[in-house]
Design a binder for this molecule. Structure first.
Ligand code: GTP
Ligand code: MG
Length: 333
C-alpha cells in the first residue's frame, strides 16, 4: 500500500440488464396447419451485485471502473424456448464498504462480511411469450410482453475505516514484530531503522469471531513533522485511526522522553491527533528481569501520571492478550 493506491471513495454508474422480449411465435410444421402459439419467455436481465472480500483493503481496484453494466436477457423464441438470462456482474469490495445512492445520499446497505452478496441493481424481468396468452377465444395470440428495463443508478462506495489502531514509534521499536504476532500479516522485520517503508495492515482476530485492524507505519523520528525520515509521509494514514498505540522499547534510556517526542511530532503535524484515544506500550520486555520491572514501573507510574501504559514482549508473547483486551475496550467504549 502506498499513497497512490489507497482509495476510500469511488463513484460508479451501475446498470442492470434489461429483460428479454417474450416471443410471438406460431408453431409451424409440415402437415400441421395451425400449430398454435409457442413463443417462449424472455430471459431476465443480469443483476449487479456487491460482494465482500476480506483480502481487499481499499477501493483502488474500482478507481477506473466508472461504469458497470450487467448483460441483457435474451429474447424468447419458438418451441416455447426461454431466452438466456443476462450475465450478472459482481463488484468485489473490502469489508466496511458503505453504499450510497449518489442522488439522494441515502445509505443503501453496508458490506461487513467476507462473501456477503447483496443486489445493487436488479435486472429487468423477461417478458412472457404468446404461449401464455392463448385462450379459448384467442387461439393464436400475436401478443407477447416486452422485457422490463434494467435499473440505472449512480452510487457512491465509501470505505468506513482503514484501520482501528495505528502503531506509532521510533524506528526499531518493534512495531512490525508486534503486528506479526497479533495478526497473520508478515511484515519485514530487521534490526535496523526504517525496515518498514510502507504501511502494513493486519486484522486482529478477537474473542468470539470479532476483529479489528492494526496499521504499522514506518518509524517516526524527531523532526518528522518537518519532513525528516519517512514518518511524516505516512502520518496521514494514522489520522484516520481511532486509537493510537505508542511503542517505546524497554531499553530506551528515557522512555517518557521518547514518548513526548512522538506526541510532539504528531501534534505539530496535526493537533487533532491528540483527540484520539492513546495507550503506551513498553516493548521488548523480555530484556528485563522481574526486579528491574518493578523498579521501572514505580518510575513510570510517576512520569506517565494517568496515561495508560503496559509492558509487552512480542518475542516472549507476554502481555499480548491483555493488550488485545485493552484495545478492544478502547475501540468499543
Ligand atoms: N528482544 C526483543 N526484540 C524484539 C522484540 N520485538 C522486536 N524486536 C527486535 O527489534 C528489532 C526491530 O523490530 P521491528 O519490528 O522491525 O521494528 P519496527 O518498529 O517495525 O522498525 P521500523 O520498521 O524500522 O520502524 C528486530 O531486530 C526485532 O527482532 C521483542 O519483543 N523482544
Ligand atoms: Mg517496521
Amino acid at each position: 500500500m502506498t499513497e497512490g493506491n489507497f482509495v476510500d471513495y469511488v463513484k460508479i454508474f451501475v446498470s442492470s440488464g434489461k429483460g428479454g422480449k417474450g416471443s410471438t411465435h406460431l408453431h409451424r410444421e409440415k402437415f400441421i396447419e395451425k400449430g398454435g402459439p409457442d413463443g417462449g419467455d424472455g430471459g431476465r436481465g443480469g443483476h449487479v451485485f456487491l460482494v465482500g472480500n476480506k483480502s481487499l483493503w481499499t477501493l483502488f481496484h474500482l478507481k477506473f471502473a466508472r461504469h458497470v453494466k450487467a448483460g441483457n436477457g435474451g429474447d424468447g423464441s419458438g418451441d416455447r424456448s426461454t431466452g438466456a438470462d443476462g450475465d450478472d456482474k459482481y463488484i468485489e469490495v473490502p469489508l466496511g464498504t458503505v453504499v450510497k445512492d449518489k442522488e439522494t445520499g441515502e445509505i443503501l446497505f453496508e458490506i461487513t462480511e467476507d462473501g456477503e452478496k447483496q443486489v445493487l441493481s436488479r435486472g429487468g424481468k423477461g417478458g412472457l411469450g404468446n404461449w401464455h396468452f392463448r385462450s379459448s377465444t384467442n387461439q393464436t395470440p400475436r401478443y407477447s410482453q416486452p422485457g422490463l428495463p434494467g435499473i440505472e443508478m449512480d452510487v457512491i462506495l465509501e470505505l468506513k475505516v482503514l484501520a482501528d489502531v495505528g502503531l506509532v514509534g521510533f524506528p526499531n521499536a518493534g512495531k512490525s514484530t508486534l503486528l506479526s504476532v497479533l495478526t497473520s500479516a508478515k511484515p519485514k522485520i530487521a534490526d535496523y531503522p526504517f525496515t518498514t517503508l510502507k504501511p502494513n495492515l493486519g486484522i486482529v482476530a478477537y474473542r468470539d469471531f470479532q476483529s479489528f485492524v492494526i496499521a504499522d507505519i514506518p518509524g517516526i523520528i524527531e523532526g518528522a513533522a518537518e519532513g525528516k525520515g519517512l514518518g511524516h509521509y505516512f502520518l496521514r494514514h494514522i489520522e484516520r485511526n481511532s486509537t493510537l498505540l505508542f511503542l517505546v522499547p524497554v531499553d530506551t534510556p528515557d522512555i517518557k522522553g521518547e514518548y513526548d517526542i512522538l506526541v510532539n511530532e504528531l501534534t505539530k503535524y496535526n493537533p487533532e491527533m491528540l483527540d484520539k484515544e492513546r495507550m503506551v506500550v513498553i516493548s521488548k520486555c523480555d530484556m528485563l528481569d522481574d526486579e528491574l520491572k518493578v523498579e521501572l514501573k514505580a518510575e513510570l507510574d510517576v512520569s506517565f501520571k494517568g496515561i495508560p501504559y503496559m509492558f509487552i514482549s512480542s518475542v516472549a508473547q507476554q502481555g499480548l492478550t491483555e493488550l488485545k483486551d485493552k484495545l478492544w475496550k478502547m475501540l468499543n467504549e
